[in-house]
Structures are given as structure tokens and as C-alpha cells.
Design a protein around this ligand. Sequence first.
Ligand code: 13P
Length: 250
Amino acid sequence: MRKYIIAGNWKMNKLPSETYDFVKEIAKVTEGATCEVVCCTPYVCLTEAVKAAEGTHVKIGAENLHFEDKGAFTGEVSADMLKDIKVDYVIIGHSERRQYFAETDETVNKKTIKALEKGLIPIVCVGESLEEREAGITMDLIAIQIKKAFANIEAEDAKKVVIAYEPIWAIGTGKTATAEQAEEVCKGIREILAELYCEKCAEEFVIQYGGSMNDQNAAELLAKPNIDGGLIGGASLVAEKFAPIVKAAK
Ligand code: 13P
């Protein structure tokens, strides 16, 4: 049995001074959750988030990291730095980073390898644009993204990676993929993983859906056999909207 993981991606929202109270609120409204609950916050909020999550069921994640250990990389943050402040998860290759910050399948691979080496749980994002979907190349594109992300990663390590399927056209648009569309791609991702590793290994991967997931559509999406959680943007910023999504993951 795979464990559901519901992770909030705050993106560039909330202030460090708001973080402690908000994470405490998330812990309170999701008390008794049967799934893993994660808040991924901006770097500058992480210390407060970790402090607030201590002694609760909530885990904390970063939204990015650099693939080098240390050195002259002005403005970057390493895996060791995240581990040092007791961060557990890290989002890698979000479409916004691919689009605006030149993230590529190669950097996604390097970052995933580094995160695993340092004991962080990577949440690796993949997804197609509207043009790619309309051109009928969604699964081809996802296959390339997955294969490149997992290059040179052995099965034992690979299984620790959470995959988030986030169709770009559904992010922040209010236009969710239907549960059938999301399931089709998540199932396809599991088939690619079975090909890369083995059938049994593929069954162990947690695959999330992300893109305008909310309290209204979460239950239907999460009921699908290959959708094991969600990566939530907008709805993770309001405790009353995030809590029902967590509740739906059972
Ligand atoms: P929204 O839930 O705001 O569409 O964002 C999804 C997302 O990008 C999570 O990483």
C-alpha cells in the first residue's frame, strides 16, 4: 500500500513572519491525517516552518536546491544547507522553474541525484503544455522527462522519489485536468517506471497530481488508482482550503 502525500507548494507567497503561525494552523486543521502532510516554503521561511512543525505530523520542504555541494554559486542553496535546518522534502523541476529559470531535464536529474545522496526526498515535477497536449504528444514528452530525471539512479533510490504530474495548462488557471485525464498520465508514468525499473518497483512510487487541485475536486482525483496525492499551489495558502484536500486523501 502506497502512502498518500499531500504537499503544499507556497511558491513565492507568505512572509517569514507569517510562517510560524500558519504552519501551526496547518498542523491543527490537518490533525489526525492518515496521509503525509508537507508544506514546501520559500527558503527564507524554512527555519520558521521547521520550528513550527517540530513535534507535529507536518513535514517541511524547500521549493528548489542547487546540485553542487558548495562553492561560488551566488544566490543558491545546497542540499547540505537544507538538511542542516532539518528540511525533509524538496521540489525539483517545477514547470515555473523550467519556464522562468532555465531548469532543464539535465539539471532536474543532477538535483534529484544530489537530493537523494543527501537524504532529502525529491518531489520531481513533470507535465506538458497546452500546445503539447493538443499536438497529442503528452505521453512522449512525459516519458522523456521521466527517463532523463531518473538517469543514473538505481531502483532502490528511485523509489524514494515522489513524482508530481502537473499539466502546465492546469496550474493556477482554475482549469483542472479531469480525473480521467490525470489518471491516464499517472498510469502512463507508472508504466514508464516499470519499463525503467521493474513492475513491482513501479507500484511503490508515489505519484501526485498538481494543477488547480482544491477542496471540490480532490476526492475524485485521489480516488483514482494511480494518483497517490497532490501538489497544491493556491489552495495550500489557506488552511480551510488545504484541510479538506488532506481529508480526502484516505
Ligand atoms: P495551483 O494549485 O495553484 O494550480 O498550483 C499547482 C502547482 O503548481 C503546485 O506545484
